[in-house]
Write a protein that binds this ligand. Structure first.
Ligand code: B12
Length: 445
């Protein structure tokens, strides 16, 4: 079949680890399996709010038999509109949507968009079965993980299939799909060694994803399979020198990482990854450095211990944060800190703690994101209970740049004042005259 995989990336802030165009890994994985089963896949990439020109050009040039969209919640309004335009232009064309948004809100997504089906959870095998059924003219309505609507509007949610147990059985990401978008010769390639996460951070969707299907949610690939992918990348892109490991929880499986680190070191590449404070003894940082990890993205999230423990459910101390950054610096590793502002219960004084911890930790780079409550998360439920969210559909928003919440103790203009001043403030010493002056001004603003 000719399958068009659609990815919208409109008004997204920091869409990739290094601030450059990045692959959408879900559809890269799905395309890997579809191509291995003999289908043709192309990418419809939409980065402009004006959706139709890119879509029309692809419809004409590729003439797809199936269109498959991926959507996070804040991209969904664009995907919804795109599906309606394509339905208008090609009424008989089968359209399916998957990704975090349909996984967490399948019924609403099905009702809102012009889709024949939506997918809940992992999409590789459902998409392969769907393409096979459509190509053969067979009934597709029994495929596990899919939701669909009868003529009368009644929604059917098919049984979930267990989480993919053997990750090694999946083909590698199809990077060619993104070749025109991501400069694969120039920017670091991304690999993923794990799926799932054991932590229960209240602002993240993982705890909701983990409940959706039977089987083990936290899974990892074998060392042999990971190294085989790296070797394939090196054969394909001769100049490859650095890789980003986009796992959420590196080091969680001790046995795997004891074997993986020496194997990674033998590749001669350098690596970057996300690092969770407190995941292992601090000496683990030395093991990572020994295996040529040179860059760590580390979530601080909030420097206020009450917010971090009780609101975000992240249990590490400020001392641990400072110790992690100090060790990384001493080991010559580049670091980036992720932070949140405008959290439920947060006051400007509490946010001052976030600023202070960053000033003391001195990361190489810092990111300050405005909190957004994703459906299905514990913190979204709390925002509803506290009446912090606006009524109705908020439509497309500048996610992570402006707050959709009305916080009683943290007015929007103060949040924006911090967001604007952040890059300057974070470089100052916490006890400097400038910090004190700015603090006084910002707390009064
Ligand atoms: C790595 C990562 C990224 C990477 C790569 C994104 C990606 N998914 O490829 C980058 C840095 C680019 C990124 C960007 C963003 N991300 Co992100 N990201 C993740 C993370 C940590 C892991 C995702 C991953 O690699 N999974 C492995 C791949 C193979 O699976 P997958 O992409 O989820 O796809 C599977 C299924 O979802 C499904 N599926 C996906 N698409 C489709 C399509 C069809 C047709 C079908 C049938 C199935 C299907 O099948 C896939 C294979 O099994 C997740 C957390 C998580 N646990 O999911 C957050 C997460 C997906 N990201 C999130 C967000 C919010 C964003 C951004 C909006 C952030 C921002 N402002 O920059 C952007 C959105 C970019 C965009 N335009 O979509 C949220 C989404 C929440 C929500 N409800 O919408 C998550 C869940 C984190 C969270 N806060 O909980 N992200």
């Amino acid at each position: 079949m000719r399958i068009l995989l659609a990815y919208t990336n409109i008004n997204v802030r920091g869409a990739s680890a290094g601030g450059f165009p990045a692959m959408q890994l879900g559809i890269a994985s799905i395309a890997g399996l579809l191509k291995a089963r003999g289908h043709r896949c192309e990418l419809l990439l939409v980065t402009e709010a004006e959706l139709w020109p890119a879509a029309r050009a692809k419809l004409e040039a590729f003439d797809p038999e199936l269109v498959a969209y991926t959507a996070v919640t804040t991209q969904f309004p664009h995907v919804r509109e795109l599906s309606a335009r394509i339905r208008q232009a090609r009424p008989g064309l089968f359209q399916i949507c998957g990704g975090p948004h349909t996984t967490l809100s399948p019924e609403a997504a099905l009702r809102a968009g012009a889709f024949d089906a939506v997918c809940v959870g992992e999409g590789e095998y459902p998409m392969a079965e769907l393409a096979e059924a459509l190509a053969a003219g067979d009934d597709w309505r029994g495929i596990a993980n899919l939701c669909w609507r009868e003529e009368g509007g009644e929604v059917h949610r098919n049984a979930p299939r267990p989480f993919v147990e053997d990750l090694d059985a999946l083909p590698f990401f199809d990077r060619d799909l993104f070749a025109d978008y991501v400069d694969l010769a120039r920017y670091p390639h991304v690999i993923v060694t794990t799926r799932g996460c054991p932590f229960r951070c209240t602002y993240c969707c993982n705890h909701a994803f983990g409940k959706l299907a039977p089987g083990r949610y936290l899974r990892w690939r074998s060392v042999g399979n990971i190294i085989a992918e790296i070797e394939q990348l090196r054969r394909r892109w001769g100049g490859l020198s650095h890789l980003y490991i986009e796992d959420e929880t590196v080091g969680i499986d001790r046995r795997l990482w004891a074997e993986l680190l020496p194997a990674l070191k033998r590749t001669g590449l350098t690596f970057g990854t996300n690092y969770r404070i407190g995941i292992r003894k601090p000496e683990f940082l030395e093991e990572l450095r020994e295996a040529n990890f040179v860059r760590l993205n580390i979530g601080i999230e909030s420097g206020n211990e009450w917010i971090r423990t009780h609101v975000l459910k992240r249990t590490y101390s400020n001392e641990e944060i400072l110790d992690t950054y100090r060790r990384a610096r001493e080991l010559g590793m580049d670091t980036k800190a992720y932070n949140l502002i405008a959290l439920p219960h947060e006051t400007p004084e509490m946010f001052e703690d976030t600023l202070r911890v960053n000033q003391l930790a001195r990361p190489g780079h810092t990111v300050l994101n405005v909190f957004y409550p994703y459906p299905g998360t514990e913190l979204d439920r709390q925002c509803d209970e506290l009446g912090l969210k606006p009524a109705g559909d908020v439509g497309p928003i500048r996610e992570r740049t402006e707050s959709i919440l009305k916080l009683p103790d943290f007015p929007a203009e103060r949040i924006m004042a911090y967001v604007r001043a952040w890059k300057q403030l974070v470089r100052l010493r916490p006890d400097s005259k400038w910090t004190r002056l700015r603090r006084k001004w910002l707390l009064r603003a």
